[in-house]
Design a protein around this ligand. Structure first.
Ligand code: SAH
Ligand code: SF4
Length: 377
């Protein structure tokens, strides 16, 4: 009997997969007043209630009605670990079909005003089909696309943690009540390729920017892509003021194809062309991600080629020291060489940042926690 109840619960659709208008229909069907739909939306997305029983502003009858038809979330927290310096929290979730995904919360105290920035790094797929050689997720292969609800729930789970911390700081007198902010930024840089799961990714973005819900400004949201040219074109028409990051990781086709098989499908010239198009359409600069892989793409002549390639494009380059993965073969470029590489880009007038690393001690790089759990089981 207990098992039957459990199966029934797991088979119910998640309300997080629905859009705001769908809630109006549900409320009408239940016989409740129309304003209840907005109330339900706020209590899920603003107050982060992930169980109908927690939503005490709604009548018991309505809550019962909702819970016979839906559940709020579907993610099961399997692992919750913090880095030694407490800046990074990594969660491993089980999905309803047993797949595993990772989400990370990164806290930056030194910027974003005096209250710090909190960035949620979320996954869009279980696994990834694109097979980049330096990436733990890429080495695991593709499992499936996440639903928009599964993408959004990661934000809500991390938001719960972030809000709890803010509230604690209020109690301790370290933060004013008006300064409760929770998550300030979202990066689609966890497991998977967001633009290969285009529809659900965009649906999730539209949800998180809704100002009566999670309410994160689109300028604080970044989608990172391996460089799927047709989808980048499509994205340029969405009229979303989000940031686009392109995983470039090499300045020429030969070097790029060695680590990123996708380059054979969409070679660098096509990718850079669509980037120019994107900037024209959106008036937004593009962020290029460039992992420095020792003796692979980190020489000064690579930097020169990169400078020439990006010359005249409204962009910013993030230089990223590679995270070790268990079957990774790439060494880390030393700090001095990183700075020399950056110096060359500067000569070409290309702004860049060497990214501050977070959570190395807890394998917070893309796909690394899942990999470790599976390899130790
Ligand atoms: N599929 C998308 C988004 C997820 S990967 C993409 O490729 O952009 C997010 C970022 O992590 C990408 O820039 C990716 O190249 C980078 N990444 C993957 N493996 C890494 C590693 N071992 N060290 C550092 N960055 C890594
Ligand atoms: Fe997939 Fe991105 Fe990893 Fe490449 S870097 S394998 S695209 S998740």
């Amino acid at each position: 009997m207990e098992n039957l109840q459990l199966t029934e619960k797991l088979n119910k659709p998640s309300i997080l997969d629905l859009e705001k208008e769908d809630l109006n229909k549900i409320v009408a069907e239940s016989g409740e007043k129309p304003y209840r739909a907005e109330q339900l939306w706020r209590s899920i997305y603003k107050e982060c209630n992930l169980d109908f029983s927690e939503i005490t502003t709604l009548s018991k009858n309505f809550r019962n009605f909702l819970s016979t038809k839906f559940r709020i979330g579907t993610l099961e927290k399997k692992i919750h670990i913090n880095s030694i310096d407490s800046s990074t929290t990594k969660l491993l979730f089980g999905l309803n079909d047993g797949e595993l995904i990772e989400s990370v919360l990164m806290r930056y105290t030194s910027d974003y005003g005096k209250k710090g920035r909190k960035t949620a790094c979320i996954s869009t797929q279980a696994g990834c089909a694109l097979g980049c050689t330096f990436c733990a997720t890429g080495q695991q292969g593709f499992r499936r696309n996440l639903t928009s609800g599964e993408i959004i729930e990661q934000v809500l789970q991390l938001q719960k943690i972030a809000l709890k911390e803010d509230l604690l700081e209020v109690e301790q007198g370290k933060r004013k009540k008006g300064e409760i902010q929770g998550i300030t930024n979202i990066v689609y840089m966890g497991m998977g390729e967001p633009l290969a799961n285009y529809k659900n990714t965009i649906k999730s973005v539209k949800n998180v920017i809704d100002n009566s819900g999670i309410n994160i400004g689109s300028r604080h949201i970044t989608i990172s892509t391996v460089g799927l040219v047709p989808q980048i074109k499509k994205l340029s028409k969405e009229k979303l003021q989000i940031n686009l990051a392109i995983s470039l990781h090499a300045p020429d086709n030969k070097t790029r194809s060695e680590t990123m098989p996708v380059n054979k499908r969409f070679p660098i010239e096509e990718l850079i062309d669509v980037c120019h198009y994107y900037v024209e359409q959106t008036n937004r600069r593009i962020f290029f991600e460039y992992i420095l892989l020792e003796d692979q793409n980190d020489s000064l002549s690579n930097a020169e080629k990169l400078g020439k390639l990006l010359n005249g494009l409204h962009c910013h380059v993030n230089l990223i020291p590679v995270n070790p993965t268990t079957n990774g073969v790439y060494g880390r470029t030393d700090d001095n060489a990183n700075r020399l590489f950056q110096g060359v880009l500067k000569r070409f007038g290309i702004p860049s940042t060497i990214r501050v690393e977070k959570g190395i001690d807890i394998n917070a790089g893309c796909g690394q926690l899942r990999e470790r759990v599976l390899s130790t089981n």
